[in-house]
Design a protein around this ligand. Structure first.
Ligand SMILES: Cc1cc2nc3c(=O)[nH]c(=O)nc-3n(C[C@H](O)[C@H](O)[C@H](O)COP(=O)(O)OP(=O)(O)OC[C@H]3O[C@@H](n4cnc5c(N)ncnc54)[C@H](O)[C@@H]3O)c2cc1C
Ligand SMILES: NC(=O)c1ccc[n+]([C@@H]2O[C@H](COP(=O)([O-])OP(=O)(O)OC[C@H]3O[C@@H](n4cnc5c(N)ncnc54)[C@H](O)[C@@H]3O)[C@@H](O)[C@H]2O)c1
Length: 449
């Protein structure tokens, strides 16, 4: 059979792959795209978007529970089954809508994993493909856990599709996914345990903020087992038995479901990258400043699978637009690490942007650290919320903002104002002079400075 030829072949149809494929097709290139799962990628099908639909109900639950005896008669309870149906109303249209956008642009679709045969040849669906440029945008997959019984563990995909919330659940890993899911499951009525091999959750975030978040999580009934390593999982009649080591001691617990939230690794195993002479590491496809592979110039990588930037949706889109521009205009755009705000959608949210306290102290001679826990401030009291804290870091000499770390029910929104202020080099004085709507969480920023 004659090989098929394309200008651009994209592997992965998530935020990153879509952006490259569509931009190249709109600019006259012949384009094909392959995905070995439903089209549309992680964020829209089994990540950020469906998660936030589930979160909406837990927010309503939290508010009504906090205001019980304060104007609300009976706190709401979560109907997980109906909530799942509501979530499905968002996700069900994604694959077909994504495919039809591609068809409309003349992009050809493949529904299997391609494999490299040589530097610019792939094999997919039994066909041989030649492409001038190959873009790897295959994202991440859950990190496999290797102990006896690890095949019994569920993944984040399974959690987001659970028909019923189990009475008891264990999450292995207290990162973004483990903490967000633990909060949702606990509010939906599950007795949650989070096992973490580190000493605290969310190690990329400010330790004072994660300390408050841990305490609040415990008041929800979430049990943390830090410094722990799971050794074995055994199926019992209805439950699972988890055997683990904590501080060297052998322990056991029983639970209905165990979920792997121990991190995610690049989805490159099926691609036969060595045949394509594509340099890669544990962090993904190795790219230069143009997001072009360092050993095979016909290959670019973007999104979570590239070894640059944090694995977050807005960064996948940004990297993909740079790759598209470099394909169309012959490497004219460098990737520069942008300022990236990040939020964990627990309740309260944990959010952060800019330098950590440690980084700021290492970089500047004199820094001002404004850190306070303020559950008594009006905005928190008004909704009877317990978690409200901030740490704002500025340069003592220039008064410029360097970093902001927030814990509040609206921190994921408020942090964006800090991101704008830091990006634009604003000083604490300039920010304090702003007029914001009152009484809002954003207006509290002035009191934090
Ligand atoms: C549960 C969860 C919640 C999240 N929440 C947030 C959030 O709130 N905010 C945020 O910014 N980020 C969040 N993320 C991260 C976000 O989803 C990713 O950063 C983003 O989706 C990455 O986009 P991408 O295009 O690089 O990869 P993906 O969207 O993962 O797309 C990769 C595509 O490649 C396909 N693929 C993989 N291997 C192959 C192969 N061999 N052949 C063909 N196709 C292949 C996959 O099926 C997938 O469709 C979350 C992630 C998860 C898992
Ligand atoms: N709100 C958001 O923006 C959001 C939400 C979800 C995911 N994400 C993205 O997805 C990425 C992956 O998230 P994640 O939560 O899977 O990973 P993560 O890296 O955030 O957390 C993994 C956690 O598991 C722990 N761990 C690893 N192996 C373990 C083991 N064997 N036993 C016990 N604990 C173990 C780690 O110490 C870490 O705390 C994140 O880095 C983030 O970029 C973002």
């Amino acid at each position: 059979m004659k090989p098929k030829n394309y200008d651009v072949f994209v592997i992965g149809s998530g935020s990153a792959g879509q952006t490259v494929a569509e931009t190249c097709a709109k600019n006259g290139k012949t384009v094909a795209i392959a995905d070995n799962r439903i089209f549309g990628g992680t964020c829209a099908n089994r990540g950020c978007d469906p998660k936030k639909v589930l979160l909406a109900a837990t927010e309503a639950y939290e508010l009504s529970k906090n205001l019980e005896q304060k104007g609300i008669i009976n706190a709401q309870t979560i109907d997980w089954k109906k909530l799942q149906r509501f979530k499905h109303s968002f996700t069900k249209a994604v694959p077909a809508a994504t495919e039809s956008r591609f068809y409309d642009l003349g992009i050809e679709l493949y529904h299997q994993s391609p494999k490299f045969i040589d530097e610019n040849t792939l094999s997919v669906e039994g066909k041989t493909i030649h492409a001038n440029t190959i873009v790897i945008a295959s994202g991440l997959v859950p990190k496999p856990l290797n102990f006896e019984g690890s095949n019994l563990i569920k993944t984040s995909d399974d959690f987001l599709g659970l028909k019923k919330i189990p009475k008891k659940m264990v999450f292995i890993g207290a990162g973004y996914i483990g903490m967000e899911f633990a909060h949702m499951a606990a509010r939906a009525g599950s007795k949650v345990t989070v096992m973490e091999h580190g000493q605290r959750p969310l190690k990329a975030f400010d330790p004072d903020m994660t300390h408050h978040l841990t305490e609040i999580s415990e008041t929800l009934g979430i049990r943390f087992i830090f410094n722990s390593e799971v050794e074995k999982i055994k199926r019992l009649r209805k439950n699972y038995e988890v055997s683990y080591l904590q501080d060297g001691k052998k322990m056991r617990l029983k639970t209905r479901l165990v979920c792997n939230t121990a991190g995610r690794i690049p989805a490159i195993q099926a691609l036969n990258l060595s045949k394509g002479k594509v340099a890669h590491s544990k962090k993904g496809v190795i790219v230069n400043q143009f997001l072009q592979n360092t050993t095979n110039p016909r290959v670019y990588a973007c999104g979570d699978v590239a070894n640059k930037g944090l694995p977050l949706t807005p960064l996948s889109g940004l990297e993909a637009s740079i790759v598209a521009e470099n394909i169309l205009n012959d490497n004219t755009k460098d990737y520069e690490e942008p300022l990236v705000p990040s939020a964990v959608f627990t309740l309260p949210n944990l959010a952060s942007v800019g330098l950590s306290e440690e980084e700021a102290k290492r970089t500047y001679k004199n820094v001002v650290i404004n850190y306070e826990s303020v559950p008594k401030w009006y905005n928190a009291k008004r909704i009877n919320a317990t978690g409200y804290a901030y740490k704002i870091i500025s340069n003592k000499r220039t008064k410029r903002l360097l970093g902001a770390h927030l814990l509040s029910p609206e921190a994921a929104e408020t942090i964006n104002l800090f991101a704008m202020a830091i990006q634009n080099g604003m000083t604490t004085e300039q920010l304090k002079k702003m007029i914001f709507t009152y009484p809002t969480w954003c207006n509290d920023i002035k009191s934090m400075l």
